[in-house]
Write a protein that binds this ligand. Sequence first.
Ligand SMILES: [Zn+2]
Length: 414
Amino acid sequence: MLVFEAKLQGTDGQYRAMDEALRTARFVRNSCLKYWMDNQGIGRYDLNKYCKVLADNPEFPWVKKLNSMARQSMAERAWSAIAKFFDNCQKHLPGKKGYPRFKKHQTRASVEYKTSGWKLTSDRRSITFTDGFEAGTFKLWGTRDLHYYQIEQIKRVRVVRRADGYYAQFCLNVERKELREPTFKTIGLDVGLTHFYSDSDGTTIENPRHLRKSEKSLKRLSRRMSRTKLGSNNRAKLRNKLARKHLKVSRQRKDFAVKLARCVVQSNDLVAYEDLKVKNMVRNRHLAKSISDAAWTQFRSWVEYFGKVFGVVTVAVPPHYTSQNCSNCGKVVKKALSVRTHICTQCGHTQDRDWNAARNILEKGLRTVGHTGTSVRLRSPSVVEVNASGETDQYLGEETPPSKSTRGKRKPKE
Ligand SMILES: [Zn+2]
């Protein structure tokens, strides 16, 4: 699955129509959720059926305006929130189980059309939305060309509203594969506290400076906003400015993750890293790592994505003892987080703490793959998608994952 993104250019009136569609989509999702809360034991198909009931209800005439498949996909979204909650309960996860909540109004909103409700013009540089909101024809601004693909390959069109405008995401049913010469190199990565990662060759990658810079200006701007009067024009202006800045930072972070991940995957035949789980990070050395977790998780899913694209093995190894063991002789050398150098009491091996850990991670990774005998990934790579600007759009949180029945059909078993 590939995602191309393009910015939508239209008139103010068109954007207002799009706002209506987005608001209706949210209404359908929330109504489905309410219906589930009021009726114990109903399933996903009941929610799909409920969409029709909603559309036929004269109290909500606007629901019918939304394309029927878009209504369905909002019901699916409600269901995926419910399913996630059930899943968490079944697994007996400690802490909160994530009981589904109603979506409030936000700048960031999206509505998902499937194969109807929209039409590309013959030159494929504009898109027309044909449902009851009559948003009309928008010009598409993007770097990717939709000409290379069949219209039938476009499985979904998602409209996303962000602080700096409206975007269309085209989800294409295309498997991305690229050829690459083997490099006969392997690498282990250790997430650092002070730097982004250390690898098993002793190279460290620093956290990018420009990100730190923009994080500083973000803080300054949010302080300025907090001093303005509630509900004032000035505040609204600053809020938008702040939201745009946040967008910029997240795009920079994404850009960094994508480029680094691609580079690591292309120059190695195997990439090993720790299988860090945020929930398990309490009361051990990983606690401090959770700070850099967001950036790391994103980087990791890109590594897994590119691993699939380029045919490179990616292994997530259990994080136990990776920093305590000696990478030379295997002896456990206990050390506090503040001890930055590993000195083995048995063989005298001395190495930077993170470098030592990265070597252990690589060793563990190679061992795991050796056991299975094939290039097996411990975790199936999460659904990561690339869009026009080279950003990802992972199906996390509120986005609809492909429904279960189609999931199997799309991806044949390896
Ligand atoms: Zn040793």
